[in-house]
Ligand binder design. Structure first.
Ligand code: PXL
Length: 285
């Protein structure tokens, strides 16, 4: 068996509500990849739709954790950041990238900060500018359409979209620095929803769509980005990894819709893990 890949996942841990580390850990682990974590904060729930949640900030721990890892000589095949709670955390994560970046490894930034045309309550436009700076250090970014607008300081546009608009947006996002961009929440007509991907080194754009399911489901961005990274680290192309992540996320949403679960509670991605293992070809190994 070849050497196991290792990821450093830098997100908060929301105890309830299936997002960030409680999603990244199981998905990346099931993909056969060792998942080390740097928790940025501990919350009782995520911030989307719950009130009264607890929030323990771990900003002071981030540098010491990274320095300890460095002193141990640890290396990572990917550094994967998601929800970061403050401007200061953006700076520190940028330093952590510098500490562990190599020629071969991959930095994936999911610029978690907004959806449905609005910034999440904890963030402002300064934070969005800081996130754009962090994205400039990434090899790959995974914004939704709202985050894309804030990263580019543009007006958010409601769908339906067209291929020319999405293509231009992907190129503008790549011009921030990352050579690959995967944009989520893309749709051309109401029946299908998914993602678009762009590789600046080849100029190739791809689209991966799935049947639309009504409703706004929490944590799907984290499910998507974790599945995407799992595909990439298992040697799948950008477009195949994007399709894999769309199918995995859409399946998770469909099961949750059919069960009638409170949309704040996150999606049932767990039941899709055996299929993810099969799609990655890991059941043959
Ligand atoms: O799913 C993104 C996310 C992660 N972590 C926390 C959040 C959110 C989105 O609202 O609140 C704490």
């Amino acid at each position: 068996m070849s050497a196991q890949k290792r990821v450093a996942a830098i997100h908060d841990i929301s105890g309830f509500g299936k997002c960030s580390l409680t999603v990244a850990l199981p998905i990346i682990s099931v993909a056969g990849i060792e998942t080390s974590v740097i928790p940025t904060a501990v919350l009782s729930t995520h911030t989307g739709g719950f009130t009264g949640f607890t929030y323990r900030d771990l900003t002071e721990d981030l540098r010491p954790i990274a320095r300890h890892w460095k002193s141990l000589g640890l290396t990572f095949d990917a550094l994967y950041s998601g929800f970061l709670g403050s401007f200061e955390q953006l700076e520190i994560v940028s330093e952590i990238f510098d500490l562990f970046k190599t020629k071969e490894n991959l930095i994936l930034v999911d610029p978690v900060m907004a959806d449905n045309g609005e910034l999440y309550s904890l963030f402002n436009t300064d934070f969005a500018a800081g996130m754009a700076k962090l994205c400039s250090k990434a090899d790959i970014i995974v914004p939704n359409l709202t985050e894309a607008a804030f990263l580019l300081k543009r007006e958010y546009r409601e769908g339906p979209y067209d291929k020319a608009y999405i293509g231009e947006l992907l190129k503008a996002l790549a011009a921030l620095g990352p050579s690959r961009v995967v944009l989520t929440g893309v749709w051309f007509d109401k029946s299908e929803l998914g993602a678009a991907c762009y590789d600046d080194s080849t100029g190739e754009t791809g689209f991966a769509l799935s049947k639309t399911i009504e409703g706004y489901y929490h944590g799907t961005g984290d499910v998507f980005a974790s599945a995407l990274l799992s595909g990439l680290l298992n040697g799948f192309s950008l477009s195949d990894s994007t399709q894999l992540a769309v199918d995995f996320t859409a399946g998770s949403i469909r099961r949750t819709y059919e069960a009638g679960t409170d949309v704040r509670f996150g999606v049932n991605f767990e039941a899709g893990l055996p299929e993810l293992i099969r799609r990655l070809g890991l059941d043959q190994k």
